[in-house]
Design a protein. Structure first.
Length: 328
């Protein structure tokens, strides 16, 4: 009977896949660590101390946010599949929120030293965090991730949605200081962008983990199909908010020039190219899901999509650490 073939293919592991995952993780970590210098080369912009470390912490924070948000979303999808098996993967939310707490704590320590990398504990002015907007937002993210980790480890993991929402709001406000042109509009765009990106990346990761455990190909294909329909909307929202945010920082007549002459523009261009590749992988997975004899063969491009999204998250972390281009 062919019912279990797709599930077997999904669950089949091997050293090749493990090596591929390690390579993608290493590449994602290398982007923020090695990215600032090449991006800034020849632009005349200064490389602030600790840019690579800050970019890495920000990328880790984004990844840690995506895992529990996507898990909450995909679990609801899985429960809505008729005849779905009761077995689900072990939750990664507690671990992810704990990692997010550590990353947020590291970023808060940078804010507490005047946006400089602290040389020691004596350099960190914890009390000073309460005196600035950035400091208060950094503390909110630290406390929210801690609360989310405790909620995830409790008997009611669904309650973590509220502290996770606080993290997203704080991050959206942090990205747009009050001195910026129309900061509330920028924060709104960033909020929608973060929510949709977290649901997309984290949700796909959890869906693929579910498919490794479900023995019935029909239920797995139904879950992947439900996710694909929502993901199409999420992709449109991520693209639209990303374009609008870019146009707010780089007016249309300057985009081509700033894409090559500024560090922000160069990294943004790299992100756009990566997102185009992710969109192609997503389309490939949807075509396989709709037309292939075994719909679960769509898992192969979907796994590649997850890895590519991981690199996009790393690039996004770098983007937040670079100087914002001047509106000419």
């Amino acid at each position: 009977m062919r019912t279990g073939v797709g599930a077997d293919e999904v669950s089949r592991g091997g050293p090749g896949r493990a090596v591929a995952v390690l390579v993608w993780v290493a590449a994602g970590a290398a982007v923020p660590l090695l990215g600032p210098s090449p991006a800034l080369h020849g632009t005349g912009e200064a490389d602030a101390p600790g840019t690579g470390g800050i970019a890495l912490l920000r990328a880790v924070l984004f990844a840690a946010l995506s895992v529990p948000v996507g898990e909450l979303f995909a679990r609801r999808l899985a429960r809505s599949v008729p005849g779905a098996p009761a077995v689900v993967p072990r939750s990664w939310s507690t671990a992810a929120n704990s990692v997010g707490f550590v990353a947020a704590l590291g970023l808060a320590s940078v804010v507490a030293t005047g946006n400089l990398v602290p040389g020691g504990l004596a350099d960190i002015d914890v009390g000073g965090l309460y005196d600035s907007r950035d400091g208060k937002l950094a503390l909110l993210e630290v406390n929210a991730f801690l609360a989310a980790a405790l909620c995830a480890a409790s008997g009611r993991p669904g309650t973590q949605v509220w502290p996770l929402a606080a993290v997203i709001v704080a991050e959206a406000l942090r990205a747009h200081p009050t001195t910026e042109y129309s900061p509330l509009i920028g924060s709104g765009l960033t909020l929608v962008h973060l929510v949709c990106a977290s649901l997309w990346a984290g949700g796909l990761l959890y869906v693929l983990r579910v498919l490794r455990l479900w023995p019935r190909a029909e239920a797995g294909a139904a879950l992947l199909g439900r996710y694909a329909r929502v993901a199409a909307v999420l992709l449109v929202a991520v693209t639209a908010t990303g374009v609008c945010s870019s146009l707010r920082r780089m007016p249309p007549e300057t985009i081509l020039e700033q894409s090559t002459d500024t560090a922000y523009g160069r990294v943004l261009l790299a992100k756009v190219i990566l997102m185009a590749g992710v969109a192609v992988l997503a389309l490939w997975a949807r075509i396989r899901l709709a037309r292939a004899e075994d719909p679960l063969t769509a898992c192969s491009p979907a796994r590649a999509e997850v890895y590519a999204l991981g690199v996009v998250v790393a690039v996004s972390g770098l983007l937040t650490a670079l100087p914002v281009p001047i509106r000419w």
